[in-house]
Design a protein around this ligand. Structure first.
Ligand SMILES: Cc1cc2nc3c(=O)[nH]c(=O)nc-3n(C[C@H](O)[C@H](O)[C@H](O)COP(=O)(O)OP(=O)(O)OC[C@H]3O[C@@H](n4cnc5c(N)ncnc54)[C@H](O)[C@@H]3O)c2cc1C
Length: 473
């Protein structure tokens, strides 16, 4: 029987025999089509990629498993992808025809409360971290929803509700265990392999596979204040002016996100607006619930909102309150820009966007990133454009594959209209068709140059390439 076939996407599909040696090492942790767990393993967040079928899936349980899989693939030049929580919009976690290194079972969390340090396995999403740290009054802050994976998120930089106060989440990384292209298991920190440590904080999965993260935790909560206030889209211009004013002067503890979307049939919204476009501001305060309610009053009390969900609540509840709008399995296509300000041109473009939604699930999110501090403990990391003030993300979302073109065109048109305001793009929001352009769009030239030199040192043959790829210098 031939060892090579082609998949529906034209990729090379390797036969089972190719993986005989790896099967001996991993046993039933190496899965093939038809095995229990194979389909579960390849179900990533973006339903656009559900026709991709890895030839084999290495369901790793330890750094040694990961090293064995990397060695095996590297020796035989087998293309492989790496799956954290599988939450990246570009679907890079899922190879079609190669080997998928699945880390979802490496999901241990260890909280050292007295030292305020938290070790996290690369298969975790942030919801599990929030549950583990809450009893100690600690948080390691994740993104704006809780189902995002710790691994891909941190390696691309990672911002969320606390970033204006405490920086990108990767700034809180103290050390990581990394399996590099030569199969070695290395410790990366400010003192051990500092170049590798610099590169994995923003440079993505280009330099190795992280098998454990250790973060500095922050004291917060469990009760904080946060929520979302919505107004009819007819008032979007005033809402945007208010957002611009609030974000120009907000203290670092206070985070605002502008939201444009179609109102869902949610019980907290009047039925008369279900299915109609709405404008909103989501808010969060990194302090006590009382301080937060006071700091968020200018949002809650603005105009006559359709709904106001700002309230005291546990941090983990706030982290999850937007999750239901982004379920696993829908079709998604995103476009984003980092921006230096919220200018009149931005406002006009967004007012135009508000009239053009093609899907009830699509939305525009515009977080305020003003004043994100530099990395606390040393050299700034590889995060691109960390001096940006805002990021705008056009999130197309729909269910019917026959409508792909319409919704993708919506995201692209809005992205194009905002190009004059763009500083660059956030690597973690880039879609599949932008992968060829990552080096130019996601980093400043000096960061790209340094990343390429470090790539040459740690992965000269570019075996970690099914990602937002950096080519060796
Ligand atoms: C609904 C939604 C909301 C989001 N909100 C935010 C937000 O608020 N802030 C923000 O910063 N980002 C946000 N993101 C983007 C998010 O950071 C990325 O999607 C991130 O890649 C998710 O991590 P993951 O581990 O789930 O990724 P996966 O899809 O599992 O992996 C993506 C890529 O990361 C690399 N990778 C994953 N794990 C490892 C590892 N252990 N070692 C080496 N490489 C690895 C691989 O190259 C892989 O292809 C959001 C994404 C979604 C879908």
């Amino acid at each position: 029987m031939s060892t090579v076939m082609r998949s529906v996407t034209g990729e090379m599909v390797l036969s089972r025999q190719v993986f005989g040696g790896l099967r001996q090492t991993l046993g039933d942790r190496l899965l093939f089509a038809g095995d229990d767990g194979y389909d579960e393993s390849r179900m990533i967040w973006n339903g656009m990629y559900y026709d991709r079928r890895p030839a084999a899936i290495a369901r790793c349980e330890s750094a040694a498993d990961v090293a064995a899989a990397v060695d095996f693939a590297s020796d035989r030049q087998i293309p492989f992808s790496v799956r954290g929580a599988g939450h990246n919009v570009a679907g890079t976690a899922l190879t079609d025809g190669g080997l998928m290194i699945d880390l979802t079972r490496m999901n241990a969390i260890h909280v050292d409360a007295p030292a305020r340090r938290v070790k996290i396995g690369p298969g975790c999403d942030w919801s599990k971290v929030d549950v583990a740290t809450e009893p100690f009054g600690l948080v390691v802050p994740g993104g704006i929803v809780s189902t995002t994976g710790v691994a891909g998120y941190t390696l691309g930089g990672g911002f969320g509700w606390l970033s204006r106060q405490s920086g990108f989440t990767s700034d809180l990384l103290l050390r990581a265990t990394v399996v590099t292209a030569d199969g070695q298991i290395r410790e990366a920190s400010l003192v051990s392999e500092p170049d590798l440590f610099w590169a994995i904080r923003g440079g993505g999965g280009n330099f190795g596979i992280v098998t454990e993260f250790e973060f500095r935790a922050l004291e917060l909560g469990p009760e904080i204040a946060g929520g979302l206030v919505l107004w009819p889209m007819e008032r979007a211009a005033e809402v945007m002016d208010h957002f611009a004013e609030l974000t120009a002067t907000a203290p670092p503890e206070l985070m605002h996100v502008l939201v444009l979307r179609v109102a869902p049939p949610a019980p907290f919204l009047p039925e008369s607006v279900h299915g109609k476009p709405v404008a909103g501001i989501a808010g969060f305060y990194a302090g006590t619930a009382d301080e937060g309610m006071a700091a968020l009053a200018p949002v809650a009390q603005f105009g006559e909102p359709l709904a106001n969900t700002i309230k005291p609540k546990p941090f983990k509840e706030h982290q999850a309150f937007l999750d239901s709008g982004q379920p696993y399995g829908r079709r998604y296509y995103w476009k984003s820009h980092y921006m230096s300000d919220f200018s009149l041109g931005v406002k006009d473009a967004l007012l135009q966007t508000a009239t053009t939604f093609t899907s009830p699930f699509s939305s525009v999110l515009l977080p305020n990133l003003r004043g994100i501090p530099e990395a606390p403990d040393g050299p700034v990391s590889a995060v691109g454009f960390r001096d940006a003030s805002y990021i705008v993300n056009f999130q197309a979302s729909w269910t019917d594959p026959a409508e792909d073109e319409t919704h993708i065109a919506w995201a692209r048109a809005n992205f194009d209209a905002m190009k004059p305001n763009s500083m660059g793009q956030y690597v973690n929001f880039m879609t599949e068709d932008e992968l060829a352009d990552v080096q130019r769009r996601a980093y400043t030239d000096d960061v790209t140059d340094r990343l390429r030199i470090i790539k040459r040192q740690y992965d000269p043959d570019n075996i970690f390439r099914m990602n937002k790829n950096i080519e060796p210098a």
